[in-house]
Write a protein that binds this ligand. Structure first.
Ligand code: FES
Ligand code: FES
Length: 153
């Protein structure tokens, strides 16, 4: 099976019903995407599929063949992702850091789709769980980015 991840084609051996998260981490060795609950509850495993946020722990790989998958590893070369990471640093968002790749992916997806999101838009999009309780700093960082309309980059 061929998967297009971060603009590269990967030939993978896993069965079609294998969750994308397993393939990304275990078969392809991209460990920036995290395993939290495995039940589509926490968002630690968030990646983008054709620009939309997806929980990769419950996404079988045969459902994403022919689609464009983006992981946290691509954010260093993504103009919006770079701005999100910079805002995360400026606001000192991460605590333990475990949930943060998923949070960055959620913020990037939001800002690409809605460059100047309202507080309601932010609340609706930033629903990933954080056991360290970084919710206020996540909100402040995304509000900063909304004001800059970085999604129009
Ligand atoms: S690990 Fe996928 S939602 Fe928690
Ligand atoms: S920063 Fe620790 S779980 Fe979110």
């Amino acid at each position: 099976m061929r998967l297009e991840i971060n603009n590269q084609t990967h030939e993978v051996q896993s069965e079609g019903d294998t969750p994308l998260l397993w393939v990304i981490r275990d078969e392809l060795g991209m460990t920036g995407t995290k395993y939290g609950c495995g039940l589509a509850q926490c968002g630690a495993c968030s990646v983008l599929v054709d620009g939309a946020i997806v929980r990769s722990c419950v996404t079988p790989i045969d459902s994403v063949v022919g689609h464009s998958i983006t992981t946290i590893e691509a954010m260093e070369n993504d103009p919006v992702g770079q701005k999100v990471v910079a805002a995360w640093v400026a606001h000192q968002v991460p605590q333990c850091g475990y949930c943060q790749s998923g949070q960055v992916m959620a913020a990037t997806a939001l800002l690409k789709q809605t460059p100047n999101p309202s507080d309601d838009d932010i609340a609706a999009a930033m629903v990933n769980l954080c056991r360290c309780g970084t919710y206020n700093s996540i909100k402040a960082a995304v509000q900063d980015l909304a004001g800059q309309k970085v999604g129009t980059l």
